[in-house]
Design a protein around this ligand. Structure first.
Ligand code: 9MR
Length: 376
C-alpha cells in the first residue's frame, strides 16, 4: 500500500464492536463447510493455513466461528494481544479477550499465533509518551516478559516487532521512529527478541512488516531496509527466526507485482536462514470496480498472482488471512482503505452470507499448486 498516515487512521481504532452490515439473503449458502478445507489443502503441502479474527466476532457471529474452525489450522487474535488491549495501563493486564480466542483454538486442536508484542499503534498513552530510555526499557521488559510467559509453549509464533520499517530522510537505516526507537534506538528490537526468547523458548519469533512486494520505489526502499535490518539482527545473533509479510493486497493502486522481484526478495530472506509467513493476507478492494462479480474476480486474480510467487518459495511455510467473512472486516473501519462509493468492502475469502468467494477459490488453487515442503 502507498504511504499513508496509518497512525492517524488507526488512532483509537480498537473498538471491538462490529459495524452494522446489510442483512445477507437467508439461506443463500449451504451451511456445510467446503471440503477439503484450506487447512487440509495447506497441510498437504506442508503449509500451515490460519485466519485472523476477533473475540467479539467469534462470540457474536456463529457462522463466522463455524467457517473459521472448519477452514483453519491456526487462529490469530486480530487485536486482543496488542499492548493497548492486553496491558491497557502499565502493569494492569487483561488476558480475557485473547484467552477466548486461544482457548477456542486449543479446544479445536488448532494452533495459534501471537500478534503483536511491540507495535507503534494500539499503545497505551503512557507508553506512547515515554521517552526516558530507562523507563521505556522497564515498560518493554514487563510487557514482553508477562505476556510471553503467560502463553509460553502455547503459540506457534509471535510477532515480536510489528512494522519497524519506514524509510525517509530523517529515518536512520530506514527504521520507523516509534516511541521504542526514540527511547532505545535500534537496540529495542534486539531487546524485544531476547526477552521473548527468554520467556517462550518454543514460539517462532517473527518480525512482521507490510509493503514489501511491489515494483515501486517505495516498496523497493522498504525491501532494502528490511534486508539490511535482518542482516544486522542475524549478525548480532538476535533470535529472530521468521519474517512475517502482511500481504494486504490493494489491486488498482499504484505499483505492480513483478514476480521476479518479489521472488528474489523471498530468496534473499530465506538465504539468511529465516522462515517466512504471510501473516495478514487479504484484498483491499477500494480501487476495484463496484459490481460484485467484477470486483471479486479482480480480487481473486490479484490473490492468484501474489500467491503463485509467495507459495513457490519453500521458505514460506504459513499463510494467514486477516479475516474470515466480509461480515467482519477491518477495511470498512479504516478511513484510508474503505471504498469511497460507500459500498461495503469485500476483502475476505467468505462473503457476508458466509458463501465462499472467488478469493477462497484462488487461495485453494494456490495451495494445490504449491510445491510440497514435506519432501524438501
Ligand atoms: O484488523 C485490525 C483492526 O481490527 C484494528 O482495529 C487495528 C488496530 O488495532 O488493527 C488492524 O490490524 C492491523 C494489524 O494489526 C497490523 N497490520 C495492519 C492491520 C490492518 O490495519
Amino acid at each position: 500500500m502507498a504511504p499513508v498516515d496509518r497512525r492517524a487512521v488507526l488512532a483509537g481504532a480498537v473498538a471491538a464492536t462490529l459495524a452494522p452490515r446489510p442483512a445477507p439473503a437467508a439461506g443463500a449458502c449451504p451451511a456445510a463447510p467446503v471440503r477439503p478445507s484450506l487447512a487440509t489443502l495447506a497441510s498437504q503441502r506442508g503449509i500451515l493455513f490460519g485466519m485472523g479474527l476477533t473475540a467479539s466476532a467469534l462470540q457474536q457471529l456463529p457462522r463466522l466461528r463455524a467457517v473459521a474452525l472448519a477452514e483453519s489450522g491456526m487462529l490469530v487474535p486480530g487485536i486482543e494481544l496488542k499492548w493497548a488491549q492486553v496491558e491497557p495501563q502499565p502493569g494492569r493486564f487483561d488476558f480475557a479477550p485473547a484467552d477466548r480466542i486461544l482457548d477456542e483454538a486449543r479446544q479445536a486442536g488448532l494452533k495459534a499465533r501471537g500478534h503483536a508484542l511491540l507495535w507503534h499503534e494500539a499503545l497505551p498513552a503512557e507508553v506512547a509518551q515515554t521517552r526516558s530510555p530507562a523507563a521505556m526499557a522497564a515498560l518493554v521488559r514487563t510487557h514482553i516478559r508477562t505476556v510471553c510467559a503467560r502463553y509460553a509453549g502455547l503459540l506457534h509464533s509471535w510477532d515480536v516487532v510489528n512494522e519497524a520499517i519506514e524509510p525517509g530522510p530523517d529515518r536512520p537505516q530506514g527504521l520507523r521512529r516509534t516511541p521504542f526507537f526514540e527511547a532505545l534506538g535500534e537496540g529495542y528490537i534486539d531487546r524485544a527478541f531476547a526477552l521473548a526468547a527468554e520467556a517462550d523458548a518454543s514460539a517462532i519469533l517473527t518480525l512482521n512488516e507490510y509493503d514489501l512486494e511491489l515494483d515501486t520505489p517505495w516498496h523497493a526502499s522498504r525491501r532494502a531496509a528490511m534486508l539490511e535490518l535482518l542482516n544486522r539482527l542475524v549478525r548480532r545473533n538476535v533470535p529472530v527466526r521468521a519474517l512475517g509479510i502482511q500481504g494486504h493486497l490493494a489491486p488498482g493502486r499504484p505499483g505492480v507485482l513483478k514476480p521476479e522481484i518479489f521472488a528474489a526478495f523471498l530468496r534473499d530472506v530465506a538465504s539468511l536462514g529465516l522462515t517466512i509467513f504471510i501473516t495478514e493476507f487479504d484484498v483491499v478492494d477500494r480501487d476495484l470496480p463496484a459490481p460484485v462479480p467484477q470486483r471479486d474476480a479482480a480480487a481473486a486474480q490479484a490473490a492468484r498472482d501474489y500467491l503463485a510467487v509467495a507459495l513457490a518459495e519453500p521458505a514460506v511455510t504459513a499463510l494467514v488471512t486477516w479475516g474470515v467473512s466480509d461480515a467482519d472486516n477491518w477495511v470498512d473501519g479504516n478511513d484510508q482503505f474503505r471504498r469511497r462509493d460507500g459500498l461495503p468492502a469485500r476483502p475476505n475469502p467468505y462473503d457476508d452470507a458466509y458463501c465462499p468467494k472467488p478469493l477462497r477459490g484462488a487461495i485453494a488453487d494456490a495451495l494445490r499448486a504449491a510445491p510440497d515442503r514435506r519432501v524438501r
